[in-house]
Design a binder for this molecule. Structure first.
Ligand code: NAP
Length: 290
């Protein structure tokens, strides 16, 4: 029940109607008996500054930020976490409302924590990795791998210019002697690189509903069994890529874990309490969970 004392949070994006975040967070608030609510907040790009200011003045405590606002919110915030500053992207805002006249907005990025969670939970610390795709998600993934201590990262992308630009912008964040190597994406290159690396991460939308037959790996070829294959696609959670990985004896990680754990990290930033992961998992559509 929403009443006059409900603490408000929500998702800023354009559009937001397909997001799972309201279901995840509202299930978690209900489980912990918190009088909090999470709303979808569609914000057209040209009105982002006034929407953000207005929500902060209305007493909103927390916001998630999604496409196309993850970079655009940066200059509108008072403070950034080290991760948000390094990535140049914010997916979580916490709003300090102690002084109602002048709320303070702090930007964070929990995508990195979400990505790293299943790797840390399974003690997977790859010495080398290949990341396919060079968009916003790849940026968080490569930053996360650098945090994890990965010593060599190949970055394969359809548009080689995008891979080169991303590699150049992240290289200064890598320890000395840790190369980020951009290459054009193609099946032969991917197969060759996967002979030597320990982790393959798909950050392209290939395999995502409704085009579930899409796959970065050639459909009729087995994968090296030593690989861990991490697909960021979460709808469906068992993508064609992960099916091939399992059939080949490789370890498979689906994107739903990242989705849930980036939400859980935001939940903890806002409420100060650990998120009830099981409730969040149950809030996902059944077809995503298997
Ligand atoms: P993005 O910024 O649009 O980047 C997409 C990347 O995929 C680009 O590098 C693009 O290549 C490449 N790509 C797109 N279609 C392709 C195709 N048909 N063949 C080969 N490469 C293709 O998107 P994003 O924000 O990084 O998100 C990427 C995926 O990750 C989406 O499926 C998203 O749902 C998923 N994701 C999941 C989570 C999670 O929590 N599990 C979090 C974030 C994102 P070009 O540079 O050549 O265009």
């Amino acid at each position: 029940m929403i009443d006059g004392k409900t603490t408000l949070t929500g998702l800023l994006g354009w559009p937001v109607e397909h997001s799972l975040s309201p279901a995840l967070h509202n299930a978690a608030f209900a489980r912990l008996g918190l009088n909090w609510a999470y709303l979808p907040l569609p914000a057209p790009p040209e009105h982002l500054p006034e929407v953000l200011r207005g929500l902060a003045r209305c007493g909103f405590r927390g916001l998630n930020v999604t496409i196309p606002h993850k970079q655009a919110v940066l200059p509108l915030l008072d403070e950034l976490s080290a991760t948000a500053r390094a990535l140049g992207a914010v997916n979580t805002i916490s709003i300090e409302t102690a002084d109602v006249g002048s709320p303070r907005l702090r930007g964070d990025n929990t995508d990195v924590e979400g990505f790293l969670h299943p790797l840390r939970a399974q003690n997977i610390t790859p010495h080398s990795a290949v990341v396919v795709g060079a968009g916003g998600a790849a940026r968080a993934v490569i930053y996360g791998l650098l945090q994890l201590g990965t010593r060599k990262i190949y970055l394969l992308n359809r548009n080689p210019g995008h891979a080169l630009r991303l590699a150049q912008s992240l290289q200064p964040l890598a320890a000395s002697g840790v190369p980020i190597i951009p290459l054009p994406f193609g099946p032969a290159t991917l197969i060759e690189v996967c002979q030597t690396v320990e982790l393959l991460v798909n950050t392209t939308p290939l395999g995502m509903h409704p085009h579930i037959e899409g796959c970065v790996w050639p459909q009729d070829l087995p994968m090296p069994a030593h690989l861990t294959v991490y697909d960021l696609v979460y709808n469906p959670n068992q993508t064609r890529l992960l099916q091939i990985a399992k059939q080949s004896g490789a370890r498979a990680i689906g994107g739903l874990e990242m989705l849930i754990h980036q939400a859980a990290a935001a939940f903890q930033i806002w409420t100060g309490q650990p998120a009830p992961i099981e409730e969040m998992q149950q809030a996902c559509p059944p077809s995503w969970r298997n």
